[in-house]
Ligand binder design. Structure first.
Ligand SMILES: [Mg+2]
Length: 217
């Protein structure tokens, strides 16, 4: 035999992205201000659309998701290096780990300024505000307290998941928008950071906010 041993190519699946590099890219998207820029542009677009169209529909309303739409969980996500920690305490911020349930109980999530402005403008012009969140009913008190701390109040209803409900978000959220319509409202705008916030219709316009940090089916 002449020459070196030949190793035949081995069939391999394409390797998935390296998670460390993906985390760095997601962190940079936030830290450069690009995330906030993209987020604000979409909420401003929604605000303009609502302002223009509210006079032409009966009982105008907007529907907002909570997490990464109205309230930012960045302090917890950053503490966990964009990993997901569901259990355990959240007592060492800005250091992690920070358990998600404990974080929600703290009621310290900052509101997005553009979303606050959208809500205020809507309410000033008799556009009803509804929240539809995947957060559990067990966090109702903390979530309401958090919204109030951030200057948000006067919403028509805050829909939360029943304790023990684990169905996909769209299966839970779509019928609630239909319910809002059945109450006589026209949903001008539906804002969320996940496809599952927006799928299923029952809104004249839908606005997808950026969120490369987690995925909710
Ligand atoms: Mg969300």
């Amino acid at each position: 035999m002449t020459g070196g041993a030949f190793v035949p190519p081995i069939a391999q699946a394409e390797a998935p992205p390296n998670v460390d590099i993906a985390v760095q890219a997601a962190q940079a998207y936030h830290d450069t201000g690009a995330y906030q820029h993209d987020f604000d542009a979409i909420v401003q677009r929604a605000q303009q659309d609502v302002e223009r169209e509210r006079l032409y529909v009966k009982n105008p309303a907007i529907v907002l998701d909570i997490d990464e739409t109205t309230l930012s969980n960045w302090p917890a996500m950053k503490a966990n290096h964009l990993g997901y920690v569901s259990e355990g305490a959240c007592d060492h911020l800005p250091k992690g780990p920070c358990g998600e349930d404990a974080w929600e109980e703290r009621a310290e999530a900052p509101a997005f300024a553009e979303t606050q402005a959208l809500i205020k403008q809507a309410q000033a012009h008799n556009v009803a505000v509804f929240f539809v969140t995947g957060r559990s009913e067990k966090f109702r008190r903390a979530t309401e307290e958090n919204l109030h701390k951030e200057g948000i109040s006067g919403w028509k209803h805050l829909y939360m998941r029943a304790i023990g409900d684990h169905q996909p978000a769209a299966a839970y959220k779509t019928p609630l928008r239909a319910e809002i319509e059945q109450q006589g409202y026209t949903i001008l705008a539906n804002l969320g950071d996940q496809e599952s916030d927006l799928n299923g219709g029952h809104a004249l316009h839908r606005y997808r906010l950026p969120n490369p940090y987690y995925y909710i089916p």
